[in-house]
Design a protein around this ligand. Structure first.
Ligand code: PXP
Length: 259
């Protein structure tokens, strides 16, 4: 199983002061040396962390393939086609969100997605769709002729945190903490089953399967048990740990778990 390291949060720290410290370019060599297989960045419409110049430099200098997450907004897709990353992962975007919430709504956007995907393919960029783990989303992904899907693991990670700890009191799902423990356990098992079924079905339809969102050093073992998942994209937990251990060790530790 491959590890994509999402380095957006290094830019989040930089943006706290609006100076070039930490310098995100320093991260790409460390990712390579520590055994990461891919660099993942998200060029958001609001540019709240990664800026265009970061994306240009990372794609130019990275010794690893770059997976660029982006919305299907026309201006962003035009930029991505010029940047020519190895892969574009199409994600939903909403200005008020703290992070990506849920997968892309493929059913309501088929026509637009078809055009966007065609354009990315014309520019020799492979395409991944960030989707919820449902049969319908996988069938629509197949119809859209993409190479990859990335299964959204956020719901699984939230339920894990409700069961075993890790949620802040202000978290929007806190109400669910009041659910009886056996109901939470059932929900947790269902969420793993959903991801497992989706991975198998996508693999059967010859889609490459990645997964990500909310994965950490504790919950990642449930994903590494699923043979059809080829790659995990992980950001927050690695960058958070790196504050205490350094980025190199944080990546090495995660890579050991992922392998
Ligand atoms: N995959 C996708 C498509 C994402 O949008 C994100 C968050 O930017 C991640 C993976 C990484 O999520 P996390 O930071 O929770 O590990």
């Amino acid at each position: 199983m491959l590890l994509g390291v999402n380095i957006d949060h290094i830019a989040v720290l930089r943006e706290a002061r609006k100076i070039n410290d930490p310098n995100i370019i320093d991260a790409i060599g460390i990712c390579k040396l520590s055994g990461a297989d891919q660099i993942t960045i998200h060029l958001r419409e609001d540019r709240r962390h990664i800026h265009d110049e970061d994306a240009i430099n990372i794609i130019k200098l990275s010794p690893l393939p770059v997976n660029l997450e982006c919305s299907i907004n026309k201006d962003i897709i035009d930029i991505v086609c010029k940047l020519k990353p190895h892969r574009a992962t199409l994600v939903p975007e909403n200005r008020d969100e703290v992070t990506t919430e849920g997968g892309l709504d493929l059913a309501s956007n088929m026509e637009k997605l078809q055009k966007v995907i065609e354009k990315l393919h014309q520019n020799e960029i492979e395409v991944s769709l960030f989707i919820d783990p449902t049969q319908q989303m996988i069938e629509l992904s197949r119809e859209l002729n993409v190479e990859w899907i990335e299964l959204h693991t956020g719901s699984f990670a939230n339920i894990y945190a409700m069961l075993y700890g890790g949620l802040q009191n202000s978290h929007h799902s806190i109400k669910e903490l009041e659910l009886p423990r056996n109901t939470l356990t059932k929900k947790f098992n269902n969420s793993i089953q959903e991801i497992q079924n989706a991975s198998k079905y996508a693999h059967k339809l010859q889609l490459k399967v990645a997964a990500g969102h909310g994965l950490n050093y504790q919950n990642v073992k449930y994903m590494t048990n699923i043979n059809e998942i080829e790659e995990l994209n992980i950001g927050q937990s690695i960058i958070a740990r790196s504050v205490f251990t350094g980025l190199e060790k944080a990546i090495i530790d995660m890579k050991k778990l992922v392998q």
